[in-house]
Design a protein around this ligand. Structure first.
Ligand SMILES: Nc1ncnc2c1ncn2[C@@H]1O[C@H](COP(=O)(O)OP(=O)(O)OP(=O)(O)O)[C@@H](O)[C@H]1O
Ligand SMILES: [Mg+2]
Length: 406
């Protein structure tokens, strides 16, 4: 950044210390009056005291506008009694009206205008009125023209109203600035929250995908290895088949993991990484059947062209449910996968006739699977029911609404 010109640097420094600047301004004003009137006019000590009482509070006009205005009002009233001169320092009055309009609460802003106008009338009557007090304290009539009187009062009044209006303009600007600052802070907060939310949603998504891919393939691999181990002695051919299945499943899992890690590294690659869809459920069921579970796929209704999100959700729900059957249902159980294309939603059911409730009494996993399935269903406006079935076995039932179709 190139250095700011000296003048604007000076202005910045002044802006950083408004109170000191106000004190300096008030002092400068007093000094100017002293130079202008000090030598010529007949200012007595009372006049100088009143001048200080009027100008001093100006330094506090931003910090404490109401007390500062009160001091000016009291000094102004004292002035009416103590001196016969209309002091130049009375400029403090419109200045305070301005300050009240700009910086003070609403009631004080209005009171400031009223007091200013009242002061205009009082000062006119007192200093330009039809009577004045001579040195011996006797009031003497001057027989002044009432029109002239009204003119003087009106001129001071206009000055007061103009100051008040300028103060209001300033107040509006300050309020707009404050509103903008507040808005900026809010926007920043919102953005941070969105970022955090996006990050945590993304983390949850990745956790679900990792869990489903890894847990499913490992379960299949374990089932195959167990089967191959027993079959190996009697039927080496069957063992070779199991080993082939194991290597195929391992390769598939590796490919899935790669595409997932690609998403993590590149972010946008997500759009291009092919994700499994409803059509792939057939191959998945076939895959699981080869690993030894007796499982059937049934489809009802006319398939609907779903967006990729719900498609992936349906696939993963079937995948995790079958994995759970392999893990929890016990040996010699059967399973059914049913896809029902209803008018409004795709219903996915995975049922088995295994240990059901008995398995739930002694959960042996950490329960990420059901959690993930439920999140997936809810993410697409659907719902998920999981539990043992009446009459034995276990059931997973998901509803994925079509929503707005592509
Ligand atoms: N087909 C099923 N038969 C019997 N019990 C089941 C079946 N599916 C799930 N369960 C029970 O529901 C529990 C929760 O399943 P979930 O998939 O959430 O966890 P998990 O499979 O134990 O562990 P993870 O999926 O995190 O590896 C399981 O621990 C099990 O007790
Ligand atoms: Mg599970």
């Amino acid at each position: 950044m190139e250095p700011a010109p000296p003048l604007s640097r000076f202005a910045d420094r002044l802006r950083a210390r408004p109170f000191e600047v106000d004190i300096a301004l008030a002092a400068l004003l007093g000094l100017a009056l002293l130079v202008l009137f000090g030598s010529t006019a007949s200012y007595g000590p009372a006049d100088w005291l009143l001048t200080a009482g009027l100008l001093g509070p100006l330094a506090w006009r931003r910090r404490a506008p109401v007390p500062a205005a009160a001091v000016v009002v009291v000094t102004g009233l004292a002035e009416l009694l103590l001196t016969d001169q209309f002091l130049a320092a009375n400029v403090a009055a419109p200045a305070m009206v301005y300050a009240l309009a700009a910086y003070a609460p609403r009631w004080a802003e209005r009171a400031g205008l009223a007091t200013g106008l009242l002061g205009a009338v009082l000062a006119t009557v007192r200093y330009y009125g039809p009577y004045y007090r001579d040195d011996s304290g006797v009031w003497i009539s001057t027989g002044i023209d009432p029109f002239q009187l009204a003119f003087v009062a009106g001129a001071i009044g206009v000055l007061v109203v103009a100051s008040w209006a300028m103060g209001l303009v300033k107040r509006g600007r300050l309020q707009r600035e404050a509103a903008m600052r507040e808005r900026a802070v809010l926007l920043e907060l919102e953005r941070d929250q969105e970022l955090r939310l996006a990050a945590s949603t993304e983390r949850a998504r990745i956790a679900r995908e990792m869990h489903d891919v890894v847990a499913h393939s490992l379960s299949v691999v374990i089932a195959q290895a167990d089967g191959g181990r027993y079959a190996g002695r009697a039927d080496p051919e069957a063992a070779v088949g199991a080993l082939e299945q194991i290597s195929a499943t391992g390769r598939q899992a590796l490919a899935d993991m790669r595409s997932l890690l690609g998403v993590l590294r590149e972010g946008d690659a997500q759009e291009f990484a092919p994700q499994p869809d409803v059509a792939a459920i057939g191959a998945l069921v076939e895959d699981v059947r080869r690993s030894g579970l007796d499982v059937d796929l049934v489809q009802d209704g006319e398939p609907v062209d779903l967006p990729s999100g719900p498609q992936l959700a349906a696939y993963r729900i079937v995948q995790e449910s079958l994995t759970n059957v392999l893990k929890h249902a016990g040996p010699a159980s059967r399973a059914w996968v049913r896809l029902q294309w209803r008018p409004e939603a795709l219903e996915v059911s995975v049922l088995d006739d295994g240990r059901g409730a008995a398995a739930m009494l002694a959960p042996d996993g950490d329960g990420q699977g059901v959690l993930g399935m439920r999140e997936r269903a809810q993410l697409h406006g659907g719902r998920l029911a999981v539990g043992p079935r009446h009459g034995g076995g276990f059931g997973v039932h998901a509803v994925l609404p079509y929503g707005r179709r592509r």
